[in-house]
Design a protein around this ligand. Structure first.
Ligand SMILES: [Zn+2]
Length: 59
């Protein structure tokens, strides 16, 4: 199980994105960011994903 804390990604939010793989983290994280933070698909850039990749924890 991999997790990514929304707060560590820079949002004032206690949501934790969970997934079995990095792909799932990005998919679930993108859904959450778009639904709850008003981000758009084009806001999720390769640079942003690269930053997030470094914050993913494996439990
Ligand atoms: Zn959030």
């Amino acid at each position: 199980m991999k997790t990514l804390s929304c707060r560590e990604a820079g949002f004032d939010c206690d949501y934790v994105v969970k997934g079995e793989t990095e792909e799932e983290i990005f998919k679930n994280g993108a859904q959450h960011a778009m639904k709850d933070h008003g981000m758009k698909e084009e806001d999720i850039t390769p640079e942003f994903k690269e930053k997030l990749r470094g914050l993913i924890k494996t439990a």
